[in-house]
Design a protein around this ligand. Sequence first.
Ligand SMILES: [Mn+2]
Length: 366
Amino acid sequence: MTKILHTADLHLKGGEEQRYCFSVLDEIIALALSEKVRCLVISGDLFDSFADFEALRREVCLRLKPLSDSGCEIVYIPGNHEMRGGPADLSAYNLDPVKFYARPPFALAEAGGVEFLCVPHAANYDGYRDWNIPQKKPGAARVAVLHALNSTIYTGPDAEADAKAGVIDDGFFSFFSIDYAAMGHVHAGREQALGGAVVCYPGSPRVWRAHPREAGPRSVCLIETGGSSLTPRRVEIKSAGQYREYALPLELNGAPAESAVKRLEDGIGSLDLVCVRLTGVVEDENAARASGASLCARLKARARQVYVEPEPIVAADLSSNGLTRAFLAEIDLVKPAEPQGAEYRRWLLARQYGLEALAGRIAGAQ
Ligand SMILES: [Mn+2]
């Protein structure tokens, strides 16, 4: 039995985020040590850019040294991000004690009875059927290490990165008798059986940016060979925090309801990246903007990073409109006595929708 830890897309970055990035790396290293894994596989985009690769690789190697000293093999291929702003071939770089397989088109390695087919990122992999790769040894497990898009598993737009990744077709996995494909590039995390292999994107182990595809717990994958299946077990990385997105309606006066802000605050962790869209109908755009600024300052005390985007519908003089006044008087009659709970939230939403409809109607009549 050989235990492997698989991660990808850490996107280590200097500057403001460096401390956060390294805390995530340290948690992954601590996990590899405590699980006594034989091999740590890093499937590309370990660094956010070539500049980060240059600036941080020495520090990364230092941090990985104790893991290597414990007998763990560290297998790493470059993704599309390592090459951003740098050379397309990084094979001249020595990342000792990390085994850095950057020479295109592939390298074969072996550790703990597992064969690793390491494929550094390339614009395309069209010629793979001509690669001279021996048959898999009887009884061995074969792991492909790739940073690429597979369109069967991930059908969405290639919006994980600004630069496009090479596409690997389904035939690759059966052609080389792959048992487990340790993939990188898709930050959301996916896995699927394809051509006899379990093809797995662990997803980014940290929150890289404010985007829905970065939502949910961040994790890495633990795999054990020797059993009947190479199904990965996901392990959550706690120091990553989470990406959380909210829509917070503003009142007519441009301020959010205090109870709604409190509820939002209660759901936030100190390591989270939080994005709040301010919605609703307001009479004064400046009041909405001021609320946004003060909410941002307030949430920054609770989270790692906060973005507040005021996007309300602005309808000046809405409350002096006769129809609006009648609507507000009417809906106030059915206001729940308790200013919290599901019933109150439904009432607020109904009031909000009503105001939005009225604002649209008044704008249309002008
Ligand atoms: Mn990538």
